[in-house]
Design a protein around this ligand. Structure first.
Ligand code: DAH
Length: 360
């Protein structure tokens, strides 16, 4: 075998043995690079006679072509092998479930949900939302609502008082949302149709009472508003809120200083293995207090009781949320326990609407 043939078969063997593209490149440089073995042979052509150059040149070029082809073929093989190895190591299981996005994982607190549900229902009936401060004056929380000084009804409210000021007056954490009635009547002319959802405070704590809780107040003042309107509004509200076609309500006489007459409202229900059904059953659950606004309250708010009359109601938002969604302990509302929220919470973008469904 000639030297050239030896060299060629050695290079081809090296090419075949190159395990990766870097090794192959090294073989190429050692054969065809500037100082490569085949390049060195080609450089000898210049010193040959023309005849010799013809025959030797052709042979060397044949060897060069064979090496070039072998390099290309081997490079393809190595490239494909590298790709196969990468595909094998980077497999993606397209059947794996997606991770929850924040919009899927987040939850709306059932209280916020209930708040949104009830404002949606009352907005549909034409009620505006009115607000007032959590820190109230004694005057707005009690006196203007016809609680005379020293009246025992004040004591029933278990009030958080602030220290008295120099003039003897003292601020308090509002014990109900009724002072927002006063603020609304003092700042708006009738006809008035508002609901006042908000935070309220009383010194009380057990499974169904927390020192801070939530109420929604309703107030309608007009020339001809009467208890019939109130009954209809509450009935429509309860059907919409509890998402049932039929609800039975019971109006019992009661006492509140700011209404005359005053009533308490119960709804009929049946409890069955932890489930509650409305519109049937032997149980009656108290859900709110209401009545015709007392003429003294109208007068205290600069509204002439000879011209205007109206009705009001007050309802515990936490209480109706517990009833509707079967949450037994009110204290859990304030624990910020993610497991509880996961169980009872609502999806963030499922905003309650009457058209699309309140809690669906
Ligand atoms: N403020 C009352 C309470 O917290 C609830 C209430 C009763 C509000 C009758 C009213 C009403 O507006 O008319 O116990």
């Amino acid at each position: 075998m000639s030297n050239l043939e030896n060299l060629q078969s050695q290079i081809l063997a090296d090419i075949a043995a190159a395990a990766d593209e870097a090794a192959l490149e090294a073989v190429r440089v050692s054969a065809l690079g500037k100082k490569g073995s085949i390049s060195a042979l080609l450089a000898t052509l210049g010193k040959m006679s023309p005849d010799e150059r013809k025959t030797e040149g052709a042979k060397i070029n044949l060897a060069k072509d064979a090496v070039t082809q072998a390099l290309t073929a081997r490079r393809d093989v190595l490239k494909n092998a590298a790709l196969d190895a990468r595909l094998a190591s980077e497999t993606i299981d397209v059947t794996l479930p997606l991770r929850d996005t924040p919009a899927d994982a987040g939850r709306i607190h059932p209280l916020s949900q209930t708040w949104d549900e009830l404002t949606t229902i009352f907005a549909d009936m034409g009620f505006a939302v009115a607000e007032g401060p959590d820190i109230e004056t004694d005057d707005y929380n009690f006196t203007k609502l016809n609680f005379p000084e020293g009246h025992p009804a004040r004591e029933m409210h278990d009030t958080f008082f602030f220290n008295p000021k120099e003039d003897g007056s003292r601020l308090l954490l509002r014990t109900h949302t009724s002072p927002v009635q006063v603020r609304t009547m003092l700042s708006q002319k009738p006809p008035i149709r508002v609901i006042c959802p908000g935070r309220t405070y009383r010194i009380d704590s057990d499974a169904t009472h927390t020192p801070q809780f939530h109420q929604v107040e309703g107030l309608v003042i007009d020339k001809g508003s009467h208890l019939g309107h109130l009954k209809w509004i509450l009935h429509e509200f309860c059907k919409a809120f509890f998402e049932v076609d039929n609800i039975n309500m019971r109006f019992r006489p009661s006492f509140f200083p700011f209404t005359e007459p005053s009533l308490e409202v119960d709804i009929q229900c049946r409890r069955d293995k932890g489930e509650i059904r409305f519109g049937e059953g032997e149980d009656w659950l108290e859900i709110l207090g209401c009545g015709m606004v007392h003429p003294n309250v109208l007068r205290a708010c600069d509204i002439d009781p000879e011209v205007y009359q109206g009705f009001a109601w007050g309802m515990g938002i936490d209480r109706i949320a517990m009833l509707k969604y079967g949450m037994p302990d009110l204290r859990a509302f304030f624990d910020a326990d993610v497991r509880w929220l996961d169980h009872y919470g609502f999806r963030p973008l499922d905003i309650p609407t009457l058209f699309g469904g309140l809690s669906a």
